[in-house]
Design a protein around this ligand. Structure first.
Ligand code: ADP
Length: 316
């Protein structure tokens, strides 16, 4: 059985009369990437702050790294690392000094601290900038330094709160690569994002947070299958076969120029088998069959009725 890195049941949090999290359930398996996706103000940061012991929940059974959050917050803190909007980077000192400070906080002996700091600065391509004040770093470099600082404590679970918000595409792809490498190393990543593409690229499972509730949860493919709009496209090279197929599959939409037929379908094995069965019965063979599932933007829109600015950005 896979062990769970994070388990939340009935997680609730209100600020005054505003309910931010209205009893949400989350489960994250060890060694996976989980993306909490939602528009600005959905409650993503609040969820991260609660799960990382920075803010207390009003209600909920919460376990992180095998420890109960309410009973053993210290044990949870020892197992996790947090980076994001509330970055720990001190701009007045150099990248290297920031790293050595973290090593001190984790009580590493001096020589060991210098070794670990050097290795991590190297790994995150910060060696050349190590002696410069962190305030002179680009947004991408600051995020990399932030993650490097988190890794000094060797956490098994890392919370990344909107790790690529505000980064240019190159820095964003660099961050994605870092996240993939973390997971390859066995770390569990809990990520929040407004970017649908980011969740699609990185996450094993995605939960869509909207109005304080989880509007949908699953793999990117499962989410895409939940909403209508998927279709199967059959392409033919022989016009005669195309004409016969169009006659057989009367519920299809024709594209006579491309000799292609389009049928509404959820792309499931059952529906594909049915379509192919009808063609087989008529003795027709298609040259190409492609399944088109709607993308996450469609899902997000269907679930929340909104497109975030970030979502629009990824569509462009
Ligand atoms: P997200 O990370 O998805 O953008 P947040 O968790 O930051 O969302 O915020 C969710 C809602 O909770 C927002 O409406 C925000 O104004 C409110 N909120 C967050 N923190 C506080 C706080 N300390 N006091 C009052 N309201 C807060």
């Amino acid at each position: 059985m896979t062990s769970m890195a994070i388990q939340a049941r009935g997680l609730r949090k209100s600020y005054g009369d505003q309910t931010v999290l209205d009893g949400i359930d989350l489960t994250v398996a060890e060694g996976t990437v989980f993306a909490l996706l939602g528009p600005n103000g959905a409650g993503k940061t609040t969820a991260v702050k609660i799960l990382s012991t920075l803010v207390t929940a009003d209600a909920g059974e919460l376990r992180v790294g095998g420890h109960d959050l309410a009973a053993e917050p210290q044990a949870v803190r020892a197992a996790i690392g947090v980076t994001g909007q509330f970055s720990a980077v001190d701009g007045l000192i150099t990248g290297e000094e920031n790293m050595l400070l973290m090593a001190d906080l984790h009580h590493l002996p001096k020589a060991e601290g210098r070794r670990v700091a050097g290795e991590l600065l190297e790994r995150f391509d910060l060696t050349d900038a190590a002696k410069k004040p962190a305030s002179t770093y680009s947004g991408g470099m600051k995020r990399r330094l932030d993650i490097a600082m988190t890794l000094v404590g060797n956490p098994r679970i890392i919370f990344l709160d909107e790790p690529t918000t505000g980064l240019d595409p190159r820095a964003r792809h660099g961050m994605w690569q870092i996240i993939r490498e973390l997971v390859t190393g066995g770390v569990t990543v809990f990520l929040t994002t407004q970017y649908l593409e980011e969740a699609d690229q990185l996450a094993d499972r995605i939960a869509v947070l909207n109005n304080g509730r989880i509007a949908a949860e699953g793999t990117a493919d499962e989410l895409k299958r939940q909403i209508p709009g998927g279709h199967v496209r059959l392409r033919f090279s022989d016009p005669v076969a195309y004409g016969r197929a169009a006659g057989t599959l009367r519920d299809s939409t024709r594209d006579d120029d491309a000799l292609a037929l389009r049928l509404a379908s959820d792309g499931s094995q059952r529906e594909l088998r049915a379509i192919l069965g009808r063609l087989d019965t008529a003795g027709i063979e298609a040259d190409e069959l492609t399944v088109h599932t709607p993308d996450l933007d469609d899902v997000f829109f269907a679930l929340t009725g909104t497109t975030t600015d970030a979502a629009k950005e990824t569509v462009r």
